[in-house]
Design a protein around this ligand. Structure first.
Ligand SMILES: Nc1ncnc2c1ncn2[C@@H]1O[C@H](COP(=O)(O)OP(=O)(O)OP(=O)(O)O)[C@@H](O)[C@H]1O
Ligand SMILES: [Mg+2]
Length: 172
C-alpha cells in the first residue's frame, strides 16, 4: 500500500509549493475505494507536519470517524461535528478539538454523517456547504487535511470544493 510516487517530480507537483501563496494548503485525501490508506495517510501526514512546527487541522469527513477515534476523540465527547457544520448552523470554532499531538487539531465526525448525503440533496449549492462554513477559519492553519469517506458522493464533493489539491492513496 503506498502513495503514488512512481515519478518523484510528478509526485512533487501533486502539492505544488508556492512560497508566496498566502493562507493554508488544503488537501483532500480521497479515493472512492475503501481501505486504501486514506485515514492512515491523513493522520500520519498531519502528525508529521505538526512535528515540524506547522499548525495543522484535520477535518474528519467520514461517518466511520476513524481519524477522530485514532486521535483520541471519544465518540461521546463529540458535541459539534462535521455534520453540524454541513447541515446545521454550528460555528467552526465550536467544532475544533485539540489532539494529544501538539499543533494538531481536528474537527471530528459523527455517525450522523452517514445520512448527510441524502439530507444535502435538496439544499441549494450543496457542494459548497463545507467551503462556505470553513474557508475563512482555515486561514489560521498552515495545512488542512480532509479525510474523505470511501465514495465519490456529496461529502467528498464538498471536500473537493474546499480543497486546493487532492491526495489519492492507492493500494498497489
Ligand atoms: N501504507 C500502508 N501500508 C500498509 N498498510 C497500511 C498502510 N496504510 C494503511 N494501512 C492499513 O490498511 C488498512 C486500511 O487503512 P485506512 O483505514 O487508513 O484506509 P481508508 O482508505 O481510510 O479506509 P476507508 O475507506 O474505510 O476509510 C488499515 O488496517 C491500515 O493499518
Ligand atoms: Mg478512512
Amino acid at each position: 500500500m503506498s502513495i503514488l510516487v512512481d515519478d518523484p517530480q510528478a509526485a512533487a507537483n501533486l502539492v505544488p509549493l508556492k512560497p508566496a501563496q498566502r493562507g493554508p494548503r488544503i488537501l483532500a485525501i480521497a479515493n472512492q475505494k475503501g481501505g486504501v490508506g486514506k485515514t492512515t495517510t491523513t493522520v500520519n501526514l498531519a502528525t508529521a507536519m505538526a512535528a515540524t512546527k506547522k499548525k495543522v487541522l484535520i477535518i474528519d469527513l467520514d461517518p466511520q470517524g476513524n481519524a477522530s477515534t485514532g486521535l483520541g476523540i471519544d465518540r461521546d465527547s463529540r458535541k459539534v461535528t462535521t455534520y453540524d457544520l454541513l447541515l446545521g448552523d454550528a460555528q467552526m470554532a465550536d467544532a475544533v478539538r485539540q489532539t494529544m499531538v501538539p499543533g494538531l487539531s481536528i474537527i471530528p465526525s459523527s455517525v450522523d454523517l452517514a445520512g448527510a448525503e441524502l439530507e444535502l440533496i435538496d439544499i441549494p449549492e450543496r457542494e459548497y456547504r463545507l467551503s462556505k462554513t470553513l474557508r475563512r477559519g482555515c486561514a489560521e492553519y498552515d495545512f488542512v487535511l480532509i479525510d474523505c469517506p470511501p465514495a465519490l458522493g456529496l461529502l467528498t464533493l464538498n471536500a473537493l470544493c474546499l480543497a486546493d489539491a487532492v491526495l489519492v492513496p492507492l493500494q498497489v
